[in-house]
Design a protein around this ligand. Sequence first.
Ligand SMILES: *Cc1c(COP(=O)(O)O)cnc(C)c1O
Length: 359
Amino acid sequence: MLVNIENLLRENIKRLTPYSSARDEFKGEASILLDANENAFGSPLPTNYNRYPDPLQGRLKTKISQVKGVPPEHIFIGNGSDEAIDLLFRAFCRPGVDNIIIVPPTYGMYEVSANINDVLIKRVPLTSDFQLDLNGIAEAIDEYSKIIFICSPNNPTGNAINRSDIETLLNNFNGIVVVDEAYINFARQRSFTQELAEYNNLVILQTLSKAWGLAGLRIGMAFAASDIIHVFNKIKPPYNINEASQTLALQALENVDEINTWIKTTVAEREKLAASLSTLPFVQHLYPSEANFILVKMTAPKAVYNYLVELGIIVRDRSSVILCEGCLRITVGTPTENQQLLNALSGYVSVNKEQGNTI
Ligand SMILES: *Cc1c(COP(=O)(O)O)cnc(C)c1O
């Protein structure tokens, strides 16, 4: 369906005159820049950062466009994908009036961003096999529902959401469907990025924080129809991606081969780790993963968590999350780290055996 994006926007956003920076007003080659109150001498660093960065990250977008096969006008770059999530709320959701739909267990930032923006959250839990409850979602939708957030592969469960179910939402929901593909590099399922021409209500989130190994640079991407990208550009902070991040990300994106090798190793290690974990007597279930982590159900998650902490190994306790009762989420590390984790878990078994505890 063709969604009227203009109608979905908040009135104040439609009317907004965006900030116009010095570098927005002058484009082209200049030899003397006396327009932005910068320090003309340079920076007290080996590399100069005295100039404001490109507000629209032209060079970085061109590179991302080549790597992802998405035209630059369909790309927004945010200070982490978390910035794109926040901008979606600010663009489309009227505080205290509109609502969004999330499908727990899922990534926590959708909920936090909704709360920051005073937007009501409707929760439609995933089914027991961690897929969408399409009837439940249909029932939850009302005239104030603006955004549905789907994470695929899903954090913290690790599985991919059925593609045809996401397509059903895209075809039937008169609002924005966000598909968060933070873990797409590890998945068998293909990205939705080639579907952008098909759906003008689709927003795909990806990030350089996971497979690309650049979590510290804070670079997230949103891919969407150019109308939506235009809105993001209008409301984002003018210089949202700093110069160092833009330069370093550009450099990193030249190394696709290295990243692909790491992805292959991570996927192989994930399968190896899963096989070893499944032999541990206290592990009750391993959820199949298409991401770089595994959700593991066990008899006493908190005891295992604390045991690992004592040894300096930190995993994520998800045992109090809906449908994840009894579960820890374990990120796949280097082969050495994974082996150390397994050694520690064997140690946990031995210690309990010696003490005569049943685990
Ligand atoms: C890690 C993660 C992100 C990444 O957020 P950044 O702000 O880009 O680091 C986004 N979505 C999900 C589901 C994640 O797990």
